[in-house]
Design a protein around this ligand. Structure first.
Ligand SMILES: [Ca+2]
Ligand SMILES: [Ca+2]
Ligand SMILES: [Ca+2]
Ligand SMILES: [Ca+2]
Length: 411
């Protein structure tokens, strides 16, 4: 594998990412370890009845997860009193921890004259909304205008001058009484790659007019719970999100998460997730990227080579830039990011471009998410082994090709 004269950088980043993933349990992890998801049988929907069963079993109810007919509980010794198949209980499973899939590195930079980050340039997103290449967006319709993208992340710095115009009212799963603020910078970085605005300063995002709905599912240390993600997906369905970006993962296959993902997909949402930073080595794609309803995104560098640390496996669907990505950071500043976390928002932003430019419901199921997915796949530039492979999926993301396909708009 060639790293274009940057082997040490790549290696150092891989080490940092691994160290990060292996960080000892934070408070969120302890919380997840004490929690279970109790799923009730279909049709067993009486809340009082469910609450009373939970109480009798000696468990403390934390919250409802209505889309999968479940209740999150804290076990207090009497956990075993609940038996699957009895009292309307379909299944009981442990909650699990999620972690973010990227690392911010180097010194934060102040705002400068506007630049096009190399990743947005490489996927030719700017060719969609900046026809004369003067870094000035031409026409809202081509730039993701009005498309609702939920960012399930650490929150977002909502008053960042390069994001503010596109930020809508989101939700804080971690602390519902507070807005979805970002104290870590990860979510703010992902937001910039997705939709940093055309304001003649800082950077430009993949879809500079897309609407960002921050949903804080990870705490200020970068950890969250699967039950929190399920709650966030419920929020996304209720609030009619069109695209959901998930730059996080978990190593555990939790059926309840898969069920919630399937509900979101069936409601028509385009689901995008980072595959993880567990490479090299095959079959390392994390959840939820591993689920079939989700577009699993691996990370390439500026030589269009998959990064050494990107997870890989048959579930990888598409590759996008994820190394040395300049984007928005806290305090109105900018910083470089590394990880499949940074690759995913290029795909989510492109999905917004496809939607705003107008895509037909070809299979007439009343939803356009499968058509968006097909456009992304069919336009991808094949890399690596011929055809779909476990490193690049269908190939490198190609926004210009995805939006400009004949029959999908009147360009
Ligand atoms: Ca222009
Ligand atoms: Ca800008
Ligand atoms: Ca359809
Ligand atoms: Ca290939």
């Amino acid at each position: 594998m060639v790293f274009n004269g940057r082997p040490f950088t790549a290696l150092a980043v891989a080490v940092i990412l691994l160290a990060f993933a292996g960080t000892a349990f934070a408070s969120t992890a302890q919380q997840a370890g004490a929690r279970s998801i109790v799923v009730f049988q279909k049709g067993f929907v009486d809340q009082d009845q469910k609450d009373s069963i939970i109480k009798k079993a000696g468990m403390k109810k934390i919250k409802n997860l209505n889309i999968i007919n479940a209740v999150v509980v804290e076990r207090e010794g009497g956990a075993s009193a609940l038996t699957e198949g009895l009292n309307g209980v379909l299944r009981m499973e442990n909650d699990a921890v999620i972690h973010l899939q990227g690392k911010l590195k180097g010194h934060p930079q102040k705002e400068s004259d506007e630049v096009l980050p190399w990743g947005v340039d490489r996927i030719d997103a700017n060719d969609v909304w900046d026809r004369n290449h003067d870094l000035d967006v031409d026409g809202q319709r081509w730039a993701g205008s009005g498309v609702k993208v939920a960012l399930l992340d650490t929150g977002v710095e909502m008053n960042h001058p390069d994001l503010r115009k596109n930020i809508k009212k989101g939700y804080n799963v971690v602390d519902p009484k507070k807005p979805p603020y970002d104290a870590l910078g990860h979510g703010t970085h992902v937001a910039g790659t997705l939709a940093a605005v055309d304001n003649r300063a800082g950077v430009l995002g993949t879809a500079p007019k897309a609407l960002i709905y921050p949903v804080k599912v990870m705490d200020d240390e970068g950890y969250g719970t699967v039950s929190g993600v399920i709650e966030a997906l419920e929020w996304c369905i209720e609030n009619r999100m069109q695209v959901v970006n998930m730059s996080f993962g978990t190593y555990e296959d939790v059926q309840s998460l898969h069920d919630a993902i399937a509900e979101a997909y069936d409601s028509g949402i385009v689901l995008v997730a980072a595959v993880g930073n567990d490479g090299p080595g095959n079959d390392t794609v994390e959840y939820p990227a591993r689920y079939t309803e989700v577009i699993a995104v691996s990370a390439t560098d500026s030589t269009d080579t998959v990064t050494e640390w990107s997870s890989s496996g048959p579930e990888v669907e598409i590759a996008a830039p994820g190394a040395d990505i300049l984007s928005t950071f806290l305090d109105g500043e900018y910083i470089a990011g590394y990880g499949t976390s940074m690759a995913a928002p290029h795909v989510s932003g492109t999905a917004a471009l496809i939607i705003s430019s107008g895509i037909k419901d070809k299979n007439k199921d009343g939803r356009i998410n499968s058509e968006v997915r097909e456009a992304l796949r069919e336009s991808a530039t094949d890399l690596g082994d011929p055809g779909r492979d476990s490193l690049y999926g269908h190939g490198l993301l190609n926004a210009k090709g995805a939006v400009g396909r004949p029959g999908h708009n009147e360009r």
